[in-house]
Design a binder for this molecule. Structure first.
Ligand code: NAD
Length: 248
């Protein structure tokens, strides 16, 4: 199997309808052992149990460096290695530029951008020791087109920051066979979007997308598996658009 004996860590992975959990499910079905990291209220252990035996769920807050390090150490103690990290945790807030407070800015950037840095820092030493690893960072089409449907400008900025951070890490760690790539999902139906669109509005949006539909969590999971696995062994610093053609 493609991910046999591989260990994957996925942040923000416990939401049943989220991109992280769909990725975990696909990775587990391909032979990986998966560690789902998420906030306590998301009940990561319960989510991991749904994947079957041989996976773990850990409470971890990606905005807290010590929490990221503790989670990475626990995965290493239990599984002995980390082959892939998916920096998926993220939050959004649909506000306009003039409405953004300092606290809003900190909150949004802390989860997507600081979280991507802290979690990458937590797993990189183990990847360096094995001279092997893949880090996948979930950015957003909002970073590319300057605003999304649900994310404010601070969300676009955070996700654009993720693209820069990922490319810088790709350059820094490429010589150690550690690859760092990004995915920029378009509008994907998850809890972030659930209940926020009327059927008419959904159709209106779908009509602007070349593939004529919103994305599903599975669409993003497939891209994550590609970038986490050796299938993408000569890709680093790339941005993989999973948006139905939104930017054509
Ligand atoms: P989601 O809300 O289901 O997933 C986000 C997860 O992050 C949740 O499980 C949440 O508990 C977790 N989280 C939040 N703060 C955290 C923290 N401090 N530490 C650890 N975990 C934390 O939403 P989703 O749509 O699956 O989003 C996954 C990622 O994809 C996010 O980064 C989001 O910005 C990005 N994204 C989503 C879409 C979309 O249309 N759904 C589009 C582009 C990008």
């Amino acid at each position: 199997m493609l991910l046999e004996d591989k260990v994957a860590v996925i942040t923000g992975g416990a939401g049943e309808n989220g991109l992280g959990f769909a990725t975990a499910r696909l990775m587990a079905s391909l032979g990986a052992r998966v560690a789902l990291l998420d906030l306590e209220r998301a009940e990561p252990a319960k989510a991991a149990a749904q994947l079957g035996a041989g996976h773990m769920g850990l409470v971890a807050d990606v905005t807290d460096k010590a929490s990221c390090e503790a989670a990475a150490q626990q995965v290493l103690r239990q599984y002995g290695r980390i082959d892939a990290l998916v920096n998926n945790a993220g939050i959004t807030q649909p506000v306009k530029t003039l409405e953004i407070t300092g606290a809003d800015y900190d909150r949004i950037l802390d989860v997507s951008l600081r979280g991507t840095l802290y979690m990458s820092q937590a797993v990189l030493p183990a990847m360096q020791a094995r001279q092997s690893g893949s880090i996948v960072c979930i950015s957003s089409v909002s970073a590319q087109r300057g605003g999304g449907i649900f994310g404010g400008p601070h969300y676009s900025a955070a996700k654009a920051g993720v693209l820069g951070l990922a490319r810088a890490m790709a350059r820094e760690f490429g010589g150690q066979n550690i690859r760092v790539n990004c995915i920029t999902p378009g509008l994907i139906e998850t809890d972030i979007t659930k209940g926020k669109l009327t059927p008419d509005r959904k159709q209106e949006i779908a009509d602007t997308i070349p593939l004529a539909r919103l994305g599903s969590a599975k669409d993003v999971a497939g891209a994550c598996v590609f970038l986490a696995s050796e299938l993408s062994g000569y890709c680093t610093g790339i941005t993989l658009d999973v948006n139905g053609g939104m930017l054509i």
